[in-house]
Each structure stands twice: as C-alpha cells, then as structure tokens.
Design a protein around this ligand. Structure first.
Ligand SMILES: NC(=O)c1ccc[n+]([C@@H]2O[C@H](COP(=O)([O-])OP(=O)(O)OC[C@H]3O[C@@H](n4cnc5c(N)ncnc54)[C@H](OP(=O)(O)O)[C@@H]3O)[C@@H](O)[C@H]2O)c1
Length: 233
C-alpha cells in the first residue's frame, strides 16, 4: 500500500517502538493518532512528530472506545491499527500474583483484542485495512520469569492467527511482529529509555520492518515477522 494520506492508530505511541513507527508513517505522508496514559509525553511527541494524540488507557473498555471515537473525529477515516501498547511484568512462577496477570492481560490481551475488534468492524465494512500486533520473541518461546508476560504475548500471537483467518476474505491484512530485545524504556523500573548500544536493536529497526511490510502491494501480506539483533553478544 502507498502510505501517503493513509490514517493509523498506534496504541502506546508516546515512546519507544510506537513512537518510531509514528515517525516513519508521518514521514511517508500518513496521518497518525497515538495513545498513552501520560498527557505531557503525548503532547511532546504530538508536537514533535505533528501527529494527533489521545490520553487513553487501552486496558479499559472506556479507553478503547475513546481511542476509536477520537480517531474518527481527528483522522476522519481509518486504514490501519498498530496494537503496540504493552505491559512488561517479569516474575518467577512462585512469586507471581493474580493481580500481575490481570494487569498485564488487561493491556496486552484484552485491550489489544478489543481495539482489534473495533478496527475490524470498520475494515470489514470498507473491505480494506491493516492490523499490526506487536507481540515479542517471548510469544514464540517461554523463559524463566516470563510466565505472565510471555503467556500474554502467546495469547496475542494466537489472536493474530485467528484474525488472519477471519479477515483475509475482507482484504484485511493482519501482521504479527515479534521483536527481540529493543533498548526502549520497556520494563525498566525508572521508565527511562536505555542508552543506545551499537549491536542491540533500536525501535527504528522494528519500525523499518513494519513499514516495509505495510508498503508491499495489498495483494500480499506477511503473516508474521521476527526481528533479532544480528550479534547482541
Ligand atoms: N523493548 C523490547 O525489548 C520489546 C521486545 C519485544 C516486544 N516489545 C513490545 O513492544 C511494545 C512497545 O514497547 P516499547 O519497547 O516501545 O516500550 P515503551 O517505550 O515503554 O512504550 C510503551 C508505550 O505504550 C504506552 N502504554 C503502556 N501501557 C498503556 C496503556 N495501558 N494504554 C495506552 N498506552 C499504554 C506507553 O505510554 P504510557 O506509559 O504513558 O501509557 C508508551 O507509549 C510492547 O507491546 C512490548 O511488549 C518490546
């Protein structure tokens, strides 16, 4: 698809991977609405990238509704949804709590599922659209301490495959993306971006992969892609 004049929602676009995707989409001439829970971060990124924003927690039904309504008010139409907002919780099996699962699944699974449903209703009607689900390499292999996070991303990967089966007849493309470790603020106690390390992945690499997949002619789609650092050791 030609991204010029297309419209996208990116959940969690105020930092990291979501921000890098927003930057590249705007650079291609697309209009973008980003979401997040911190209004000052959203405003700063909205001003920097010249994109729309809405303060909304996508891990709540109200946040999902507000995001979709605002997207139509500000963008007028919808060509793509990037389900990017995510919650990272690493805890060993003997330590995790019911609440850890609820908090993580609320964003990584329930919020993504309901954002996907809202977008799919629009896309099925217009017989075109794109959904990108940002899962993780943790969605392909579990690890010690990953019970909560990894299982939530396995769930998102499962949703991706179900949506592909349901939406292909409507010309809707659904792409699952599995980044390996990226030096963002993700899962950092201080919520600060990590300094760039030459051999580790940056958010830019993930954004590059997604933009390339979206730009392919609509007759083709890439079901899933994983992005690894070439030599992170
Ligand atoms: N970094 C990695 O190593 C890595 C690897 C694999 C997959 N991923 C996945 O990539 C995605 C993006 O992560 P990132 O690395 O870019 O992290 P990040 O820099 O921490 O960005 C996360 C974004 O999501 C927003 N967000 C979080 N919870 C939200 C909620 N409930 N509602 C709306 N917005 C919310 C954050 O803003 P607020 O906090 O202000 O709400 C922020 O804009 C996540 O799904 C993550 O699981 C990351």
């Amino acid at each position: 698809m030609n991204l010029n004049n297309k419209t996208f929602i990116i959940t969690g676009g105020s930092s990291g991977i979501g921000k890098a995707i927003a930057q590249k989409l705007v650079g291609k001439g697309a209009s973008v609405l980003i979401t997040g829970r911190d209004e000052s971060k959203l405003k700063a990124v909205g001003d920097e990238l010249r994109c729309e924003y809405v303060k909304a927690d996508i891990g709540t039904p109200e946040g999902v509704k507000l995001t979709i309504t605002t997207a139509f008010n500000k963008l007028g139409k919808l060509d793509g949804l990037i389900n990017n907002a995510g919650h990272g919780w690493m805890n060993k099996m003997h330590e995790y709590s019911w609440q850890d699962f609820e908090e993580t699944y609320r964003v990584n699974v329930f919020g993504a599922a309901m954002m996907g449903q809202a977008a799919a209703k629009v896309f099925m009607e217009q017989k075109s659209g794109n959904i990108v689900n940002i899962a993780s390499t943790a969605a392909t292999k579990g690890f010690a301490g990953g019970s909560v996070y990894s299982s939530s991303k396995f769930a998102l990967r499962g949703l991706t495959q179900c949506w592909q089966a349901e939406l292909r007849p409507f010309n809707v493309r659904v792409l699952g993306v599995n980044p390996s470790e990226v030096t963002t603020a993700f899962a950092q106690a201080d919520r600060k971006e990590r300094s760039d390390t030459e051999n580790k992945l940056r958010a830019e690499e993930i954004a590059h992969a997604i933009i390339s997949a979206l730009e392919m002619d609509d007759r083709g789609y890439i079901p899933e892609l994983s992005v690894h650092a070439t030599n992170p050791f």
